[in-house]
Design a protein around this ligand. Structure first.
Ligand SMILES: NC(=O)c1ccc[n+]([C@@H]2O[C@H](COP(=O)([O-])OP(=O)(O)OC[C@H]3O[C@@H](n4cnc5c(N)ncnc54)[C@H](OP(=O)(O)O)[C@@H]3O)[C@@H](O)[C@H]2O)c1
Length: 314
């Protein structure tokens, strides 16, 4: 693969349709921009229609003629996931690219509408359900792609199947990012076993300057000393080790569009420690390829969300 792959290398996506979750901000915004600039119709799935409209207006200014459709999606509510999928089924006859990008961290414990721990519920379970409901459209495309956005944070954690909703804060975030990888590889196994041409891949952005890292969104929790210190450290480290959101979106754009990407691939920045740089194929920690954990996570996720992926062989 090209060593400095960037926006100019995104292939022509005319007549392709993509959906990006969390497209109003950070990496999702940059991903929507890259896909739309290459000619794709982009469905921007956002939890706030107001923030989504603002982002779409910004993109239209930069890219006159961009084909953008806003869809409401709150991954913290499976009813909203269902409504979003129904809208997409009405709007599109196929989906070429699904980028499961939205994500959050938090310091204090909160729950989704269905009572799941919020970070695991949004970052993994919401995307699991959305992918299952959009799979028929991805299968109608020629080699549809699912891209799950994970993180270096997956490296030092394991899932606790006896208490999947028990952790909070960065621990919960890290586990949810491990779940993103286990889901990616299990989905690919099932697509392969079902002899389907859609592929499932993962990407991570290293350390990229978005509100997730600068923790702007967590200011309501910032009265605690520990929280204020974490925010300060993140802001100090970013200019030294990190990169812009524009650069950070490249691995997921590569995974979503580049020719030669295979099911089960994982892409991240090529620089030292994978903190920054142009995209390259990377390897997750061994425990992210644990087939037993992946199969178990799939089963639990299917039970919790009621999503059966009926097109796939088990
Ligand atoms: N930045 C990094 O260095 C870094 C590193 C590793 C992995 N990542 C991953 O990159 C992805 C994108 O994050 P980012 O860095 O671009 O952060 P960001 O700027 O905070 O963007 C996160 C996006 O997710 C959306 N979101 C949050 N909760 C949601 C919900 N319940 N339903 C639907 N959407 C929701 C946010 O919507 P609102 O704007 O409405 O809150 C926002 O659009 C995440 O999966 C994150 O884990 C980022």
């Amino acid at each position: 693969m090209k060593s400095h792959w960037s926006y100019a290398d995104i292939p022509d996506l005319t007549s392709r349709t993509a959906l990006v979750t969390g497209a109003n901000s950070g990496l999702g915004y940059q991903t929507a921009r890259g896909l739309a600039a290459a000619g794709a119709r982009v469905l921007m799935a956002c939890r706030s229609l107001e923030r989504g409209e603002q982002a779409a207006a910004d993109l239209r200014q930069q890219l006159p003629g961009a084909q953008l459709t806003l869809v409401e999606l709150d991954l913290a509510d499976l009813d909203s996931v269902k409504r979003c999928a129904e809208t997409v089924h009405k709007e599109c006859d196929r989906l070429d690219i699904l980028v499961n990008n939205a994500g959050l961290s938090a310091f204090s414990r909160r729950e989704t509408a269905q009572g799941f721990e919020l970070i695991f519920g949004v970052n993994h379970l919401g995307h699991f359900a959305l992918t299952g409901q959009l799979l028929p459209l991805l299968l109608d495309a020629n080699a549809g792609r699912v891209v799950n956005v994970s993180s270096l944070a997956h490296r030092n954690v394991r899932l606790d199947f006896d208490d999947l909703h028990g952790s909070t804060g960065f621990d919960a975030y890290s586990r949810s990012k491990l779940a993103n990888l286990l889901f990616t590889f299990e989905l690919q196994q099932r697509l392969t076993r079902s002899s389907l041409s859609a592929i499932s891949v993962a990407a991570h952005p290293g350390l990229s300057g978005t509100s997730l890292i600068t923790m702007e969104k967590y200011s309501e929790e910032s009265n605690r000393l520990m929280v204020r210190t974490t925010i300060l450290i993140a802001r100090l480290l970013l200019p030294v080790f990190g990169q812009s959101a524009e650069q950070g979106a490249l691995p997921q754009l590569y995974a979503a569009t580049a020719p030669g990407v295979s099911g089960g691939d994982y892409y991240g920045p090529a620089g030292r420690q994978e903190f920054r740089g142009f995209p390259r194929k990377v390897r997750a920690r061994d425990h992210a390829y644990d087939e037993e954990a992946a199969a178990r996570l799939w089963q639990v996720s299917a039970e919790l969300t009621g999503e059966s992926f009926s097109q796939l062989a088990s």
